[in-house]
Design a protein around this ligand. Structure first.
Ligand code: PLP
Length: 415
């Protein structure tokens, strides 16, 4: 008997209501050189080095030494987890609010996630929320710059330094966001990016790792892309470690290169428009838009969001967002599924039943995951509403329209 499941949706399928009066990222604006680059790949009979060209261009744009292109950020973070070579049962501190893609690689390597709570009123972690999670088994901190808001990195980097921990970044939602003049993804030892079709640099299904560390870059290519294969004289390919084949395709590289060429003005537009939406929404009683920290020079916003003051309205966040959707905000909904300790039910079960690596050893202690382990993040997401259709197509009139729609729904539901 087959079980009927409602499968998760991705890409254009995930953004409903595309005929609404507010813009949708789909159909995506494609860079003018897209067809030329794709044609080059075809004309060359797959001999063009389009992947190398994209990697060079992205690394240069980010001001880093290396870019390793992958088929998404999930595999980007997976090859990083594999390249770090920590031991099973070692702990990685990771934000409680993120996407599944942050988690898959570290879990496959049998590392144990320790979810850091978020700071009140925010979707991000800080040095203060990370510090209580540090144990003698902690090896790394994986920070996530959710929505495009950059975590306060200087105190996090100092804390990691004191405890000799690796810091790496999930910058999927924050391409070209800037923190005190530094790009998201360039501050830790490495950063992962997503270029899936929904993302700010929508390029179909792609991603990359960037790093300044020559040795790590070499290991990422060896473990993550060459399948751990080395050439042994008089024999051929010898697989000395369990490796992966997470390489970007030439055609995705062609699209990514063309999309990169139009990215900067798009990010600038997103930054301007989200600041305007934030200003307008903050004037509505009971509505609190995600705060933009003073240290953030550029907010490359992928997803817009605000929270409701539960005591101000008769309805909950889900009903509020349903009403916003009916009034024409595409891709709007609640964000509860971003709470990883609650959303990863297989992880709860593995930890509960002490299935490897939750057995001791290799774990050093018992681990439990549920909604209550990160109370601040849990409470925040109960009243949080987000829309992933926010994009560079917004103009000031759209910001006013979205604020009017939110104001109307808020007024209709006030206690
Ligand atoms: C924060 C975050 N991390 C990781 C991922 C996974 O990226 P990809 O879909 O490119 O594998 C996503 C995608 O939505 C994300 O938002």
């Amino acid at each position: 008997m087959t079980t009927k499941r409602a499968h998760a949706k991705y890409g254009a399928d995930a953004v409903d209501g595309t005929s609404a009066s507010l813009p949708s990222p789909f159909p995506r604006t494609m860079g003018p050189n897209c067809t030329t680059y794709l044609q080059e790949v075809v004309d060359s009979g797959l001999t063009s080095d389009m992947v190398g060209r994209f990697e060079y261009a992205f690394a240069e744009a980010m001001g880093v030494r290396h870019c390793i292109a992958t088929p998404g950020c999930t595999p980007a973070l997976a090859i990083l987890a594999a390249a770090f070579d920590f031991d099973p049962g070692d702990e990685i501190i990771v934000s409680a609010i993120t996407d599944y893609g942050t988690m898959q690689g570290l879990l496959s390597e049998h590392y144990i996630p320790a979810f850091a709570d978020t700071i009140p009123g925010s979707v991000n972690v800080s040095a203060d929320t990370i510090a209580p999670c540090i144990t003698d088994r902690t090896r790394a901190i994986l920070v996530v710059h959710l929505t495009g808001i950059v975590c306060d990195m200087d105190p996090i980097l100092r804390l990691a330094d004191q405890h000799n921990l690796v810091v790496y970044e999930d910058a999927c939602q924050a391409v070209f966001s800037e923190y005190k003049g530094r790009y998201a993804g360039s501050m830790g030892v490495a950063g992962g990016f997503s270029f899936d079709s929904e993302k700010t640099m929508g390029s179909d299904v792609g991603g990359c790792v960037v790093t300044d560390d020559d040795e790590l870059a070499d290991r990422l290519r060896f473990v993550g892309q060459s399948r751990g294969g080395e050439m042994r004289p008089h024999f051929g390919r010898e697989h000395t470690v369990l490796g992966y084949a997470h390489r970007m395709t030439q055609s995705t590289a062609a699209i990514s290169l063309a999309q990169l060429e139009i990215l900067r003005p798009q990010v600038a537009q997103r930054d301007r428009m989200i600041r305007e939406i934030t200003r307008l929404l903050s004037e509505i009683p009971g509505i609190t838009p995600l705060p933009i920290p003073d240290y953030q020079d550029v907010y490359s916003c992928w997803m817009a969001g605000f929270s409701l003051d539960a005591s101000a309205f008769r309805c909950d966040a889900e009903s509020f967002s349903d009403q916003l959707s009916r009034k024409g905000v595409p891709g709007i909904g609640i964000g509860k599924y971003y709470l990883m300790p609650e959303g990863l039910t297989f992880l709860q079960e593995q930890a509960e039943r002490e299935i490897y690596p939750f057995s001791t050893p290799p774990a050093s202690r018992c681990h439990r995951y549920d909604a209550t382990t990160c109370p601040t993040a849990h409470a925040f997401l109960e009243s949080f509403i987000r829309w992933t259709s926010f994009c560079e197509k917004y103009e000031p009139g759209h910001c006013e329209l979205v604020a009017d729609i939110v104001r109307n729904v808020a007024d209709a539901n006030r206690v």
